[in-house]
Design a binder for this molecule. Structure first.
Ligand code: GLY
Ligand code: MN
Ligand code: MN
Length: 426
């Protein structure tokens, strides 16, 4: 029996795909064995496009859709359980038709164009143009979250909140980044997480300026910034949260840096309303962050003009955020018909689209002292008059601050799903 939420989701897909006569084939993908014959595989994650249409993960599964049959056109093929799976893994029977029948389904529709999403399915000759068109339409349907997705996301947020609640008591000089990671992830699991949604980031001191830092055995030193970016996953739905702490009493400089990021982040959240262009929110946030740096004496000039000169990218070298939900990047990307903005500080934005009711976005500005950028002679020369380089050099090992929340865009006001995780410095 197809659950009601999945039936409704497929209806939305059918309607959106209707202008096309192409068949849709969505592969889950196969587990990838670990090398050296250990009889184990890498942790399995079915392709997100499959999970969206199937409602669950099934290695080797295929969802197929014939638009000429509308609601009856959705078929789910699954591999039959093998004895080995029953003996070694205790696997239970799966819902769906035997995947052996997929070849006959395809054969009965010979000559039709095929859009292939998800993981490749053997024997399917995809049409590239039909695939590109279907992928874009599919992403558009995935972006607004349905009630079932928001429920799973709520559970991921609850587990994430429980994990972050452990941190303030643990962050003391002497604790290692790795210990913080372990305690956080244990708390996620106790609170219902299946696993983490991505590799947990814990960076202390200068490591806080490494955007995707893998926790090390470095012990937190007195006065260090400690940046933690982590999220629990529940049935493939993921939260993505960052908080930055100080081990001990923050200095005035640390307080100012944290306040500048927090102020910019809260302004950005307020701008997350239906119809707002993500790129404009990113640029407005860059202006707010730059104003903070001007107030601290790190930059000189008018914030808008400094952003036009891309000075902000020395300290804020990433995009404001991305969609989050079914995977940490969810169905981010470009609105229909758009190409990437070629400006150096914008070309790596993970999305360029107008927000709409039901989207869940991360809002994650940051200000960092990244030696690889700030010690680059070309950048120092280009921005010699607008940056107070001696003040920068005095703080080159301070690390950085990022604050990240998951925000549900609603017609009234944005709803901060992760509001239960405190962000104040003390
Ligand atoms: N956790 C990685 C990111 O914030 O995008
Ligand atoms: Mn993050
Ligand atoms: Mn993020």
């Amino acid at each position: 029996m197809t659950p009601a939420y999945l039936f409704a989701r497929r209806e939305r897909l059918s309607a959106a795909l209707a202008p096309s006569d192409a068949l849709l084939v969505i592969g889950a993908g196969e587990p990838v064995p670990l090398p050296e014959g250990s009889d184990q595989t890498y942790p399995y994650r079915a392709h997100a496009e499959y999970v969206f249409a199937a409602g669950s993960e099934c290695p080797g599964g295929v969802v197929a859709y014939d638009p000429r049959e509308r609601a009856a056109g959705w078929r789910s093929f699954v591999p039959p359980l093998t004895e080995a799976e029953r003996v070694w893994c205790g696997s239970q029977p799966r819902e769906g038709e035997d995947v052996a029948g997929f070849a006959a389904w395809l054969d009965a529709r010979k000559g039709r164009s095929i859009a292939a999403l998800g993981a490749p399915v053997p024997g399917v000759n995809a049409d590239a143009a039909a695939t590109d068109a279907a992928r874009l339409t599919y992403a558009e349907v995935r972006r607004p979250k349905d009630a079932h997705e928001l429920d799973l996301l709520g559970r991921a947020v609850a587990a994430t909140t429980a994990g972050f609640a452990r941190l303030p008591d643990l962050i003391r000089p002497g604790v290692t980044e790795r210990t913080l990671q372990i305690e956080l992830e244990v708390a996620f699991s106790h609170a219902g997480a299946n696993r983490t949604g991505y590799g947990t980031i814990v960076g202390a001191g200068p490591n806080a300026a490494v955007l995707h830092f893998e926790p090390s055995n470095r012990a937190v030193a007195p006065g260090d910034f400690v940046l933690v970016d982590a999220g629990a996953e529940v049935e493939r739905y993921v939260a993505d949260v960052t908080r930055t702490y100080v081990a001990g009493t923050p200095t005035g400089f640390q307080r100012d840096l944290h306040a500048a990021v927090r102020h910019a982040q809260e302004n950005a959240i307020a701008r997350c309303v239906p119809g707002a262009e993500w790129k404009q929110i990113h640029l407005a946030t860059a202006v707010d962050l730059t104003a903070g740096l001007v107030a601290m004496g790190i930059l000189r000039g008018r914030p808008e003009s400094l952003v036009e000169q891309e000075v902000h990218a020395l300290f804020f070298p990433h995009g404001l955020g991305h969609l989050v939900g079914l995977g940490v990047r969810d169905a981010s990307g470009l609105a229909r018909g758009r190409t990437r903005d070629p400006r150096p500080s914008l070309r790596s934005l993970r999305m360029d689209l107008p927000l709409a009711d039901g989207f869940v976005v991360t809002v994650e500005p940051g200000l960092y002292f990244i030696p690889a950028l700030l010690q680059d002679p070309v950048r120092r020369d280009r921005h010699r008059d607008t940056v107070n380089w001696s003040l920068v050099d005095a703080h080159l090992k301070i690390g950085g601050v990022r604050i990240e929340d998951d925000v549900l865009v609603r017609a009234g006001a944005p709803e901060v799903l992760t509001a239960g995780i405190p962000k104040a410095l003390d």
